[in-house]
Design a protein around this ligand. Structure first.
Ligand code: SAM
Ligand code: SF4
Length: 383
């Protein structure tokens, strides 16, 4: 059964030069036409998904526990788009679970009004993810954002006045951030009482014009460590490589990705993932076009699943033991134990004994170099 859905809305008012997500420019003149195109796309791609993938692999939607509308800038849909989406879900028999749901909407500075909030709330949104990036006026410009500092503050004030659950995206590794004062930015953000903070490290698209001004890895690692200490001492739990939450406010939708739940996806570039049998997994990715409702589908191989299991389990702040990787040959398992013990000595990992089994959990020091740790693992363990 599928209890989670991701919808990708690709339009933005301006295409920020660092962004590597699939997005298209929206202009006021084209808005109506583009929204119609998106609506038609969603309607027919859902039909295709159900007729082709769900039927073939015997998958079905259950009442939704999580819905995530990301982008792009889905807050541009506005009140009329919120109503359309509500109707689309209803006519498609995609209801929310009676036991409760999490419906997240990504919003950009300067794209929401009080009326929009009220309409989205009625449509079922109960969590907002705000693309803040930075509260440093100079760095907002470096990030090539359409919004100014005044838009960011105005939207923060608007969200906190609505008294709703919200997360902010905070970006590290921004070019020219030598004089950035992280502590005052974070203190100011916390005055608006977000329950969740996603912390990203800039990883720009190719041909990024400011590439040579991106700070050194060591600088970024220090920023990451600073944010970790600051937020941990202000009531937040660093529960995943890039995510902090006040306990109880962790994002449920993303947990689904890290724990390999079935997540359906609609929208250009969106990726869905299902388990359709014992240890049998598939992934599909919609093509990057609103004109073609086509997708690439891949059946995951056993070694691919195993490798991804590593990567996913390493990301979350929860203990795991070697049973998670039970398909690993015994010889490789014992090499893995040796590798983990090296990493524990370097404080990349914590270990503890539970019912005479060793359990592991990565530390922020390990997370910041997770990619190079994965390379080391791949060079030493055979799958
Ligand atoms: C896809 S964006 C959508 C949010 C919204 N449109 C906005 O810009 O505020 C989600 C988040 O991804 C992050 N992001 C975008 N491009 C990135 C990049 N090249 N490297 C790291 N994070 C990036 C930003 O923090 C952004 O808020
Ligand atoms: S960062 Fe957000 S607003 Fe900027 S181009 Fe990417 S999706 Fe659009």
């Amino acid at each position: 059964m599928i209890k989670s859905l991701y919808i990708h809305y690709p339009y933005c008012r301006h295409l920020c030069n660092y962004c590597d997500f699939y997005k298209l420019k929206q202009t006021p003149e084209q808005r109506e036409h583009q929204e119609k195109l998106f609506q038609n796309y969603l309607t027919s791609s859902l039909k295709i998904l159900q007729e082709k993938v769900h039927e073939e692999y015997q998958m079905n939607f259950a009442p939704l526990e999580t819905l995530y509308v990301g982008g792009g800038t889905p807050s541009l849909l506005g009140a009329s788009g919120a109503k359309w989406l509500q109707q689309f879900l209803k006519t498609s028999h995609l209801n929310f679970a009676a036991s409760g749901h999490e419906f997240t909407l990504e919003i950009d500075p300067g794209t929401m009004t009080v009326n929009d909030f009220e309409t989205w709330q009625i449509s079922g949104v109960n969590r907002y993810s705000f693309g803040l990036q930075t509260l440093d006026e100079k760095l907002i410009e470096v990030c090539d954002r359409k919004s100014k500092m005044s838009d960011v503050i105005e939207t923060l004030e608007l969200i906190s006045a609505q008294d709703v659950n919200f997360s902010v995206d905070f970006l590290l590794g921004i070019p020219h951030s030598g004089s950035r004062h992280l502590e005052s930015e974070l203190k100011r953000i916390l005055t608006y009482r977000p329950k969740h903070i996603s912390l990203y490290i800039l990883n720009p698209k190719t041909n990024y014009p400011l590439k040579k001004f991106i700070p050194e890895d060591e600088w970024v690692a220090n920023e990451y460590q600073f944010v970790d200490e600051f937020l941990s001492s202000h009531g937040f739990r660093h529960y995943e490589v890039s995510n902090y939450a006040i306990p109880g406010y962790e994002g449920k939708h993303n947990y689904g990705y890290w724990f390999r739940k079935n997540i359906a996806a609609l929208g250009p570039s969106a990726a869905g993932h299902y388990q359709y049998g014992d240890n049998q997994f598939l992934r599909y990715v919609w093509k990057e076009s609103l004109l073609k409702q086509e997708y690439d589908l891949e059946i995951l191989k056993n070694d691919q699943v195993l490798l991804e299991n590593f990567y996913l389990r390493f990301r979350v702040a929860e203990n795991f033991d070697l049973d998670v990787f039970q398909n690993l040959p015994p010889k490789e398992s014992s090499k893995l134990v040796g590798l983990f013990s090296d990493w524990a000595q370097k404080k990349y990992l914590l270990t503890c004994e539970v019912s005479s089994k060793t359990q592991y959990q990565f530390t922020p020091q390990g997370w910041i170099i997770l990619d190079s740790l994965m390379k080391e693992l791949l060079s030493r363990i055979k799958f």
